[in-house]
Ligand binder design. Structure first.
Ligand SMILES: O=C(O)c1ccccc1NCC(=O)[C@H](O)[C@H](O)COP(=O)(O)O
Length: 212
């Protein structure tokens, strides 16, 4: 098992939620700048939240098929410390972003079986794989059993994770980090602080929130 699993709480939209997640022990907070998201955050709100969580917690700007300039400028203005890239993106694009920011490159299970172009960037320094469901932020878990034999060492896992199932997911795939949003909210873009606390605790302890 990974000695210290990294825990990312995504879809942060306020200073209050950022501080609470940091206090709960999250290693990273996600800020979604993809216009299609119901958790879309403004640069100003993300910047205020980012500056409120101290020097250690990572702040990850989340983008989906957006222009290179927009990604780099937004990440800079919002004081992000890393960038998460969803979508159909060329290796050149990902490597350009990686010149300026650590990158979490999000791929789908199908990409592991035959998308050579998408997989190529994972050899670049500063690029880490995150495996997620085809619809980001959709709350649908991946088929962990089917992934057991192909899940790459060092990759992060997302997709329908929450306090009740994150320990089982870690047990199945031993990811380097886990990430969640839908199952940690009271409404879109608003965190349920109890669920955030339980999620971090379950990921760290290896016990699900109901003690299983
Ligand atoms: O969550 C969104 O609304 C979203 C929209 C567009 C691009 C990315 C988005 N979320 C990215 C995340 O990192 C989510 O935490 C990840 O997809 C897992 O979501 P969930 O299955 O809801 O836990």
């Amino acid at each position: 098992m990974t000695a210290h699993i990294r825990v990312k709480v995504c879809g942060t939209t306020s200073v209050t939620d950022a501080v609470q997640a940091a206090e709960a022990g999250a290693d990273a907070l996600g800020f979604i700048f993809a216009p299609i998201s119901k958790r879309l955050v403004t640069v100003e709100a993300a910047r205020a939240a980012s500056l409120s969580v101290g020097p250690v917690v990572a702040r990850v700007g989340v983008f989906l098929n957006q222009g290179l300039d927009e990604v780099l400028r937004t990440a800079e203005r919002a004081r992000m410390s890393a960038v998460q890239l969803h979508g159909d993106l060329s290796s050149l694009y990902v490597s350009e972003v990686a010149r300026y920011h650590p990158v979490l490159r999000v791929l789908r299970p199908a990409d592991l079986r035959g998308n050579a172009d998408a997989l190529e960037v994972l050899d670049l320094p500063g690029v880490t794989l995150m495996l997620d469901a085809p619809e980001p932020g959709g709350g649908v878990p991946l088929d962990w059993e089917a992934l057991r034999s192909v899940f790459p060492a060092g990759a992060w896992l997302a997709g329908g994770l929450g306090p009740q199932n994150v320990a089982a997911a870690i047990q199945a795939l031993n990811p380097a980090g886990v990430d969640a949003v839908s199952r940690l909210e009271s409404s879109a873009g608003v965190k349920n602080h109890e669920l955030v606390r339980s999620f971090v605790l379950a990921a760290r302890s290896g016990l699900s929130a109901d003690g299983a």
